[in-house]
Every structure is written in structure tokens, then in C-alpha cells.
Design a protein around this ligand. Structure first.
Ligand SMILES: C[S@@+](CC[C@H](N)C(=O)[O-])C[C@H]1O[C@@H](n2cnc3c(N)ncnc32)[C@H](O)[C@@H]1O
Length: 294
């Protein structure tokens, strides 16, 4: 029998609403900012090797908030250097949000933006067709490998574009996060859609290990306040559950048994902590840093 569950990704309005709520409830934006300022800054300083122009590619940049934080650190570490930034994202809505933010940042005058409204594989095709030979100094794909057709091929292609001192940054939920536990335990009962995979960095690390590709790994420990998920009928809780499970109207379409099992797992001390009456889901993000192929 066909599953009654429908993918959240195909309902852009509800996806946007639940993603926005997730960000409001999550310490991830602040934790990523801290990571960029405390750890990534040295990695950004190491790229380029004195070049007068740095080439950057953002894959699945979304609204660009994280991109601009990284770009601004890059410019601070390489004062006066020109930055050529290719943005790759198939969502016109997110690209428009990104463009709107750029117009409010006169401090980024050394950066030129090229907007590629396309998927990673379309970008790869375009790159090959146009026979582009430029090399990149910094490429990032943060929380995007869940959506690409073939994560291994995507990593190989973008890593092949790196210049000698270049770095490729990949971020995904860690298998050790509450979210990773949810996906690990319920992979088969939740949805597999063409455009969303249940991936964690554990999957990517096994892929890289099998290929003998070295990487450095950094953990960013964030949390999401999911308290309302445990109050039946609460709209905030329902939206958050949609985002966590990637199922549209999860509370109404999943069987009561599946809903109960998932709520139990979310409340398990392995997945979340309780603080001041709030339930905080552990949202560990792992950032992998790859060098250019030798
Ligand atoms: C969860 S958001 C991450 C945004 C941003 N990187 C961040 O970490 O805040 C994922 C983004 O990937 C984009 N995306 C989805 N499929 C993609 C693909 N095949 N190639 C490139 N980007 C894709 C989506 O449009 C969305 O903007």
C-alpha cells in the first residue's frame, strides 16, 4: 500500500515556515557564527597563498546568511584581495533573499557575485560544457548533500576544482545528534524522496574513508528547543515535527504508533536534554574540511 506520508520538500510554503521556525528555535546560527570566527578563520587565512584574487563557490547557499559571514572573514584575512563568488542554488526565492542581503552590505565591495540558479549537477554540466579552467580556493556545501543526486560524485567534482591550497567545506548533521538518531532509527519508516536523503556525516566519512580521501573534522554543538512537539495539537510543535521528520503534516498523516515512537526517541536522554522545563534536542553538526586532490 502506498505510504500516506508526503514529503515536506514539495510544499515550499510549509517548508519555508517550518525552516524559519526551526532557525528561530535553534542555537545553530549562533554556533555556526562562533565556529566561523573561532575555527574557520584560520582555515580561510590559509587559502590562496598570496593570490590577488580568490575564487569561491557556494553550493546550496540558501539565503546566504552563513555565506556572508564566511566571506566577510575571508576578506578580513586577505585585505584588499578581490573575491569572485559563484553562488549555486536552484531556489529563486532563496537566491533573491541572498541578493537582497548583498545590497545591504557595502562592506563587501571587493566581492563579485555570479548567481547560478541551478542544481550542483547542472552547474557541473555547465562548467564542463564551457570548458572552464579556473580553480577555486574555497568551496562550501553546508547542509546540502541531503538534496543532491549523488553525494559522492558531487564531492569528487567540487574537490577536483580546488587550487593547490584550496579547501572544500562540507557540513551535515552528525550521526550523534538527536536528529541523526531519529534518521538512523526511522530511515525505513520515513520518506525517501528523489530530492531528500537521510544522510549524516557518518555516511560521508565512510564514503571518504573507503576512497582513502583524508579530511579534518570539527564538531559544532547546537540544540533546538522542541518543547511544543510534546503537546498534542500545538501548531508550533506540529511545524517543528514536520521539519524534523521532513514529512508534510506529520502529526496528522503518520500513524499514532509511529508518532509516539518518534516522540519517545526525541525525548530520550541520548537525543535531548531537559533544561528549565524546556526540551532541547541535541543538534550536533559536523564540518569536514578536505584539501585539494594531490
Ligand atoms: C538547508 S539549505 C542550506 C542553506 C545554507 N547552506 C545554510 O547552511 O544555511 C539547503 C539549500 O540547498 C539548496 N539545494 C537543494 N538541492 C540542491 C542541489 N541539488 N544543488 C545545489 N543546491 C541545492 C536548497 O535550495 C537550499 O537553499
Amino acid at each position: 500500500m502506498a505510504s500516506p506520508l508526503k514529503a515536506l520538500n514539495y510544499a515550499d510554503d510549509r517548508y519555508q515556515k517550518s525552516f524559519k521556525l526551526f532557525l528561530e528555535r535553534s542555537s545553530e546560527p549562533q554556533c555556526m557564527r562562533d565556529f566561523i570566527h573561532n575555527t574557520l578563520t584560520d582555515i580561510l587565512a590559509s587559502v590562496g597563498n598570496g593570490k590577488s584574487q580568490l575564487n569561491v563557490i557556494g553550493v546550496g547557499s540558501g539565503d546566504g546568511i552563513v555565506d556572508l559571514e564566511m566571506l566577510s572573514q575571508l576578506c578580513q584575512k586577505h585585505p584588499g584581495v578581490l573575491v569572485d563568488n559563484e553562488v549555486v542554488d536552484p531556489s529563486s526565492q532563496r537566491l533573491n533573499d541572498y541578493k537582497a542581503m548583498v545590497t545591504q552590505r557595502p562592506d563587501l565591495e571587493h566581492i563579485t557575485f555570479t548567481w547560478n540558479k541551478m542544481t550542483d549537477s547542472e552547474f557541473e554540466e555547465q562548467w564542463r560544457q564551457k570548458n572552464i579552467t579556473k580553480k577555486a580556493d574555497f568551496i562550501h556545501m553546508l547542509h546540502v548533500l541531503y538534496y543532491v543526486k549523488d553525494p559522492g560524485a558531487t564531492i569528487s567534482f567540487f574537490q577536483s576544482l580546488l587550487d593547490k591550497n584550496g579547501k572544500l567545506l562540507i557540513a551535515l548533521s552528525s550521526g550523534e545528534s538527536g536528529w541523526g538518531k531519529l534518521w538512523g532509527n526511522f530511515r525505513s519508516q520515513l520518506l525517501h524522496t528523489e530530492n531528500h536523503k537521510w544522510l549524516t556525516t557518518a555516511d560521508i566519512k565512510s564514503l571518504l574513508d573507503a576512497r582513502g580521501v583524508p579530511y579534518q573534522s570539527y564538531e559544532v554543538q547546537a540544540h533546538v528547543d522542541i518543547t511544543e512537539c510534546f503537546t498534542e495539537g500545538d501548531q508550533t510543535g506540529e511545524l517543528l515535527l514536520d521539519f524534523l521528520t521532513k514529512v508534510l503534516d506529520f502529526s496528522r498523516t503518520a500513524s499514532p504508533e509511529l508518532r509516539q515512537e518518534i516522540l519517545r526517541l526525541l525525548r530520550d536522554p541520548q537525543s535531548s536534554v531537559e533544561k528549565g522545563g524546556r526540551v532541547l534536542l541535541k543538534n550536533r553538526i559536523e564540518v569536514l574540511v578536505l584539501d585539494a586532490l594531490s
